[in-house]
Write a protein that binds this ligand. Structure first.
Ligand SMILES: NC(=O)c1ccc[n+]([C@@H]2O[C@H](COP(=O)([O-])OP(=O)(O)OC[C@H]3O[C@@H](n4cnc5c(N)ncnc54)[C@H](OP(=O)(O)O)[C@@H]3O)[C@@H](O)[C@H]2O)c1
Length: 288
């Protein structure tokens, strides 16, 4: 076993993916709006990710909007059989780049068709319904109506698997009464551990948990503890932060985002990193 294969695998519905994947959001322009600064570099990052063994890519048609999916298609189509592309719906972008809820049946249906067209596929591997009651974090509110629309699109054969994003445990339970939920994508990392209990519950149920902002998102993690553990292991703080997530629970799938080839290579080294009990305890102290 070599490279990212060391991260192991987990199932996303009836597909199996390596636990170290790639998040495509950083491939759009500044503020996830408009085209990237360097189109060729974006293609190169995606191609290198897949050449390195990544077979799970996270995206959304509202990144750009449309830009990220179009870059994925240009870089990677025709897609490898083992590649699983997970997208999300539930938002649209204002002309100023703002993130606006888009939950009407027409908007949700349009979003699925936009993803199909821009990714260039007949069926979407997996679609997360992204809750928008509070854009910044999970907030209660019924997801029954929009999830029913998505489940109907699944029954029509346009979507293989359904997941939820930015949701509470009550919304996951509500979702499961409507359709199978194969993954949950919420904000979680070494320093932001609101979902600790949820992750363990989902692990017991065999459901994937996919943390977004795994290394801190728009402001990458900064911590003396992280720096000192990384220095001791002769690696980088971001690799340690990702390795900690891999060891945190077997149902965690990573989708670190980057527009940089150097950062991609650095992030993929996390798969081969093993943290000792002492290091894990030290890193656990960051959140407390
Ligand atoms: N469901 C949701 O609501 C939601 C929300 C946000 C994101 N997501 C998904 O989650 C994925 C991951 O989230 P994210 O990209 O926002 O956050 P992230 O992976 O935590 O961090 C990305 C940021 O860290 C930088 N970075 C990446 N690798 C680095 C390294 N080795 N050293 C230093 N800086 C590094 C990136 O800049 P460079 O480009 O310069 O490397 C970027 O600014 C996204 O791609 C997206 O697919 C989902």
């Amino acid at each position: 076993m070599s490279g990212i294969d060391n991260s192991g695998t987990f199932k996303l519905g009836n597909r199996v993916v390596k636990r170290l994947g790639y998040g495509a959001m950083q491939l759009a322009g500044p503020g996830v709006f408009g085209p990237p600064k360097d189109h060729q570099a974006a293609l190169t990052v995606l191609r290198e990710a897949v050449a390195s063994g990544v077979n799970h890519i996270d995206t959304a048609d509202f990144y750009g909007p449309h830009v990220t999916n179009q870059i994925i298609r240009e870089a990677l189509a025709p897609y490898r059989d083992d590649l699983v592309i997970v997208t999300k719906i539930g938002a649209r972008r204002g002309e100023d780049g703002s993130w606006i809820p888009a939950f009407s049946p027409e908007e949700l249906t349009q979003a699925v068709h936009d993803n199909l067209r821009n990714l260039g596929v007949d069926v979407l591997d997996a679609v997360n319904l992204r809750a928008m009651f509070d854009v910044q974090g999970p907030a209660e509110g019924s997801i029954e109506a929009p999830l029913t629309v998505l489940a109907e699109l699944q029954q029509k054969g346009l979507v293989r698997h359904i997941g939820l994003s930015n949701v509470t445990p009550a919304q996951i339970a509500e979702g499961r009464r409507i359709c199978e939920i194969v993954c949950v994508q919420n904000h979680y990392n070494l320093a932001h551990r609101t979902d600790d209990v949820l992750i363990d519950d989902l692990a017991r149920q065999g459901t994937a948990y996919v943390p977004f902002f795994p290394i801190g998102g728009f402001s990458p993690l900064q911590s003396d503890t992280l720096n000192s553990v990384a220095a001791r292991l002769n690696t980088t703080p971001m690799a340690v932060a990702l390795a900690w997530l891999l060891q945190r629970s077997p149902n965690i799938l990573l989708i670190p985002g980057t527009s940089s080839l150097a950062h991609l290579r650095e992030n993929l080294t996390a798969a081969a990193l093993t943290l000792s009990e002492n290091e894990l305890r030290e890193l656990d102290g960051i959140a407390s």
